[in-house]
Design a protein around this ligand. Structure first.
Ligand code: FAD
Length: 397
């Protein structure tokens, strides 16, 4: 598993992508430093899904025991019609994914998943040298005076030199700007409400109790908006993501806070069960303007490369943004695991070759879902629903 030569790798950004990359590179015997601008490592209070492609990467890091302690496994994914909640599609997950893809489809609280990755970075019994983690370290400059040893320079003037420098610093990547890459950011015109609803409130109400069944993951399709929800922490919370046209103030500020009333109002006229669920969102409803990136295959320059949202931010309409970043991490580590310090640029080129086209396809497919999910009632919606019903008996509840 260890590389032919241990490299110094600096990763800018300790999100899910950066931390998965840190662990993947550690596993290959590299010496990794993560620079995170926030005062502590962590994630927002919300859920995340990892489909088998990402679960496989995480399990490959030797984290099965830790992930089994924090995951929730949905048995299927249900698609519902906005107006009456009738089921228009059902995809098996659970055992089917494990049989079919040899890896599970799991849900987590983001903070739990991030915590597992962070703990593994500094676990002295793990493979390779422990990862050096620096918080309150906002990178503001790159020093590329020595092309074989680029350096990240923090706002307060600290210099971190490396054989390889990775920008995993998210959708508004500073590293990307410093590399001089084109501005590919696009505004989708939509925003996402996010809320965690206590599972006991859902279970106590006969109108919403059905949501506990089989820990189903659900997408409701409606005209110009959709609604996603799934259980995390074994039913402790229902994670809700509501995607609707963006208001001007959220578009301008990128984020905002909202109330249960805002959520209920956003889905006015929908099946009563949607309102029954959304009215239980007591606190911390957040809203995020949804930006994404135009497809662009340039992810590297010399010994500096990008990973995750920094290069392929996508709409969350396939739940694949972090999962693609995890795939990036695995491929990057594989390529950097086969070389010595002379081979870094070639390895980065192979990493980009193997990843950019695939991630670009997922970006495109996520964008297409913006149309597919949001058809107004009419012939296109009927054709879509007929397509989704194919292979499914149209059961209702
Ligand atoms: P980020 O998570 O943005 O991390 C970047 C890190 O870099 C941050 O910690 C930041 O503080 C740090 N940073 C930034 N600038 C600097 C700097 N200059 N110096 C130092 N540090 C810096 N994906 C899934 O796979 N499954 C899902 O279910 C899913 N659901 C989603 C739901 C919603 C509503 C949204 C909006 C997205 C969802 N995604 C999902 C996408 C996923 O959240 C992102 O794609 C993923 O978090 C990106 O990870 P990243 O590590 O590339 O970037």
């Amino acid at each position: 598993m260890a590389s032919t030569q241990s490299l110094d790798v600096v990763i800018v950004g300790g999100g899910l992508g950066g931390m998965t990359a840190a662990l993947s590179l550690r596993q290959r015997g590299h010496h990794v430093t993560v620079l995170e601008q926030a005062p502590r490592f962590g994630e927002i209070g919300a859920g995340i899904q990892t489909a088998p492609n990402a679960s496989r990467v995480l399990l490959g890091l030797g984290l099965r025991r830790q992930l089994e302690a924090i995951h929730t496994e949905p048995q299927d994914q249900v698609r519902r019609r906005w107006k009456d909640g009738s089921i228009i599609g059902l995809t098996q997950l659970g055992d089917y994914c494990k049989r079919q893809y040899n890896a599970p489809y799991w849900h987590y609280h983001r903070a739990d998943l991030h915590g597992v990755l962070t703990d593994a970075c500094v676990d002295p019994t793990g493979p390779g040298p422990v990862v050096e983690l620096h918080t309150s370290s906002r990178v503001d400059e790159l020093d590329r005076g020595s092309p074989r040893r680029p350096a990240a320079v923090t706002e307060d003037g600290r210099r971190f030199e490396a054989d390889v420098l990775i920008g995993a610093d998210g959708i508004r990547s500073r590293v990307r700007d410093l590399m001089g890459l084109p501005d590919t950011l696009l505004f989708s015109g939509e925003m996402a409400f996010r809320a965690l609803i206590p599972g006991d409130l859902i279970a106590a109400d006969p109108a919403t109790r059905f949501l506990m069944d089989r820990f189903q993951s659900t997408i409701w399709y409606g005209p110009d908006r959709h609604l996603v929800h799934y259980m995390i922490r074994g039913g402790e919370y229902l994670n809700v993501v509501g995607c609707v046209p963006c208001t001007d103030d959220v578009a301008e500020k990128w984020t905002g806070s909202a109330t249960a009333e805002d959520l209920v109002n956003a889905y006015e006229g929908w099946d009563d069960r949607a309102a029954a669920m959304l009215s239980k969102a007591k606190e911390d409803v957040l809203s995020f303007a949804l930006y994404h990136r135009r497809r662009d295959p340039v992810w590297m320059d010399g010994r500096v490369a990008l990973l995750g949202d920094a290069c392929h931010a996508m709409l969350p309409y396939q739940a694949q943004g972090a999962s693609q970043a995890m795939e990036d991490a695995a491929v990057l580590a594989e390529e950097l695991g086969r070389i010595n310090a002379d081979g870094v640029e070639g390895a980065l080129r192979r990493y980009v070759d193997r990843r950019a086209k695939h991630a670009g396809m997922v970006q495109d497919a996520s964008l297409q879902n913006k149309t597919f999910y949001h058809y107004p009632d009419g012939p296109q919606q009927e054709a879509r629903d007929a397509l989704l019903r194919r292979g499914f008996d149209g059961e209702s509840d």
